[in-house]
Structure formats: structure tokens, C-alpha cells
Design a protein around this ligand. Structure first.
Ligand code: AQP
Length: 333
């Protein structure tokens, strides 16, 4: 336990493009829900974002936009510590140490690396391979107990646990706290609107595949109307109908209603009804957040103040963990 006697929760999103409905339902909404129950650390992982090529101006702007989105979604920077990864150099420093205790074989088994390296073509950055090690450093620096993530990140948390346990065995059980993933029952995996067998991803080159948190109401309605379903017409929660299933789980994640009840309410109705209703629910969920994020995004002095305060707090905590590691490993500081 920490000074406040609350468990520690930590989570982050990459500012690699505008955040999506998947990031909101799979991650940020859960942060907001739990921010008063835990000691919270939420940040934008811009060092992770550069594992694939980024335009510098875009990266800077998307980082501000991500932070504005967290606050607009309801994260209170007075309660949770909000920061940007590159402003806390301890993350990169611990990542190097952890690299020396991580194995090529275990990193090669990460499904996200397999997916992303396929898309990267011939020149795959080493950083894409070691990305989960930086993520382990992000988590272990803050004595984290819980990491709320979408289902896609579960494997990376398991790797973090393996590295922490390995180093604790070598250097003492109190070196790292071993974290747990926290995966929501619904909304854990929102799928692409154009290929419902693939995850909705902010870096998907097809803009119609994702609902971005900056999309206007009309754009949201158009994207949902064009969402790929199948040639059938009965609305059921069936694995053979991934497009329909995705729309049902989006509705369930937004309203909190069980999928069975939503399916029952569509008896005798067509896919068109499901798409229109889902679009309206998504508009209601995104519109106020988008408008507030747009306003905050222009308030650079305020955002910089929040981030400076956040980075100071983060460095204080992270510095202690890093000093402990240097000492145990035998590195002069
Ligand atoms: N489709 C999704 N459904 C539910 N949760 C999701 N998350 C991402 N996509 C979905 C959750 O959002 C958090 C932040 O993810 P990230 O930005 O660190 O990286 P990611 O998982 O690789 O997300 P993207 O959108 O697919 O990013 P790109 O395209 O840049 O790689 C995590 O908790 C994740 O589970």
C-alpha cells in the first residue's frame, strides 16, 4: 500500500492518432469509473507511439488532444496524476534495465508484435519488438496493483508480471509490486466497423473502420450506417455475425444493459434499426466529450500546467523505484 492506503491503478493510451470509440469504451471510461477508488496514474505514451513513424507536428498535437480528451471524459487532474511519458525520463531508463532481463523468445510471442510487424513491411523498428518492455517499465515504476486495459493488452500485462517476478527472484521480493490486468466485461474489444473480425484501431488506414472521438455527429451516423454486417436479417448475438455482435456490444458498453435484453428488444426488426439506434447512442456518448475536448485542446497554458504538475509527481514516485533498481543491480547512481 502507498501513503494514501489505496491500491494503485495505472493506464495509458498512445497518441498515435485521434483516439477511438474503442479507446473510450475499452480504457478511458473505466479509468473515470474507478478514479476515486484508487490512487491513479494516467498518461499519454508518446514514446510508444514512435514505434511506428509519426509526423512530429501531428504527434505533438495528438498528445495535447489525448490529454484534453482524458479531462473531457471526466478524469480530474486534482485526483489522478495526468502526465506525458516523454516528460518522465525514468520510463526510458527503467526500460533499458528491463530489456536486460527480457527474452527474445517471450517478446517474439506477443500477438501485437506479430500483427504490427506484418503491417510494417521490411523495416521493422526494434522498438516495435521491445514495446512491451517499455510498457512493463511504465507499470512497474509506480508500484501498480491494477492496469485497466482492453482485452488486446492482457498478454503484455502477463509479460510484465513475468519480468517483475523474475527480477524479484534475483533481487528481492520487494523490488517490484506484481500488477494485475483489469478487463471490463463489456467493451473490452470493440471491433472495426469495416472488418468486424479485427480490432477497431486508431491507426487503421481506413477512416470508416473507426469512430474517432473528434468525429461530428453526422460523420458518426454515416460510419455506423456503412458498418459491415452480413447478408442475413435476424438480430442475434452470434459469432457467425461478428458485425451485428459488435454493434450489440457497443450498445451494451454504452448503456450498461445486458446483450440478451438488447437482442430481445430487436425481435422482428432489421439491421437498419440496429445501426440507427447504435449511431444515436454513440453520438450521445461522444458529442459532449468531443465538444469539451475541443475547448480544452485550445487551452495550452492550462494543459501545460496540468502536465508540469503531473510530471513532477510522477518523477518523484518513479525516481524512487528506479533508484531501488540501480542499487539492487549494483549500478552506481
Ligand atoms: N478496439 C478496442 N476495444 C477495446 N479497447 C481498446 N483499446 C484499444 N483499442 C480497443 C484499449 O485502449 C487502450 C490504449 O491502447 P493503446 O493506444 O495503447 O494501443 P492499442 O491497444 O494498440 O490501441 P489502438 O487504437 O489499436 O492503437 P494503434 O492503432 O496506435 O496501435 C488499451 O487499454 C487498449 O486495450
Amino acid at each position: 500500500m502507498n501513503a494514501t492506503n489505496r491500491k494503485v491503478m495505472l493506464s495509458a493510451v498512445q497518441p498515435s492518432n485521434t483516439l477511438t470509440l474503442g479507446n473510450l469504451l475499452g480504457a478511458i471510461r473505466n479509468w473515470v469509473k474507478h478514479q476515486d477508488d484508487y490512487e491513479c496514474w494516467f498518461f499519454a505514451v508518446n514514446l510508444h507511439a514512435i514505434t511506428v513513424r509519426q509526423d512530429p507536428t501531428e504527434l505533438r498535437e495528438q498528445t495535447y488532444r489525448a490529454v484534453a480528451t482524458y479531462i473531457a471524459a471526466g478524469i480530474n487532474p486534482e485526483h489522478a496524476t495526468l502526465f506525458v511519458q516523454s516528460q518522465v525520463p525514468e520510463h526510458a531508463e527503467l526500460a533499458w534495465l528491463l530489456n536486460c532481463y527480457s527474452y527474445m523468445g517471450e517478446l517474439g510471442r506477443m500477438t501485437q508484435f506479430k500483427d504490427k510487424s506484418q503491417k510494417a513491411g521490411e523495416n521493422i523498428a526494434v522498438g516495435l519488438f521491445t514495446y512491451p518492455v517499455l510498457m512493463a517499465a511504465d507499470i512497474l515504476l509506480y508500484d501498480t496493483d491494477l492496469v485497466p486495459v482492453g482485452a488486446d493488452q492482457k498478454q503484455h500485462i502477463e509479460l510484465t508480471r513475468d519480468i517483475a517476478i523474475r527480477m524479484n527472484n534475483l533481487y528481492g521480493e520487494d523490488l517490484f509490486r506484481v500488477p494485475q490486468p483489469m478487463i471490463a466485461q463489456v467493451g473490452a474489444k470493440i471491433m472495426s466497423l469495416q472488418d468486424p473480425t479485427a480490432k477497431m484501431s486508431k491507426s487503421d488506414p481506413d477512416p470508416n473502420a473507426s469512430v474517432y472521438l473528434t468525429d461530428t455527429d453526422d460523420v458518426i451516423r454515416k460510419k455506423l450506417k456503412r458498418a459491415i454486417t452480413d447478408s442475413g436479417n435476424e438480430i442475434t448475438d452470434d459469432d457467425s455475425k461478428p458485425g451485428v455482435k459488435n454493434l450489440l456490444s457497443i450498445q451494451s458498453a454504452i448503456t450498461g444493459k445486458p446483450i440478451s435484453g438488447i437482442v430481445a428488444s430487436y425481435a422482428g426488426k432489421m439491421y437498419g434499426h440496429l445501426k440507427v439506434d447504435t449511431a444515436e447512442l454513440v453520438v450521445q456518448a461522444i458529442a459532449p466529450l468531443r465538444d469539451e475536448a475541443n475547448r480544452l485542446y485550445e487551452e495550452r497554458t492550462f494543459l501545460d500546467q496540468v502536465l508540469r504538475k503531473g510530471a513532477d509527481r510522477a518523477r518523484e514516485r518513479a525516481g524512487k523505484t528506479l533508484a531501488r533498481c540501480y542499487d539492487r543491480i549494483g549500478l552506481l547512481k
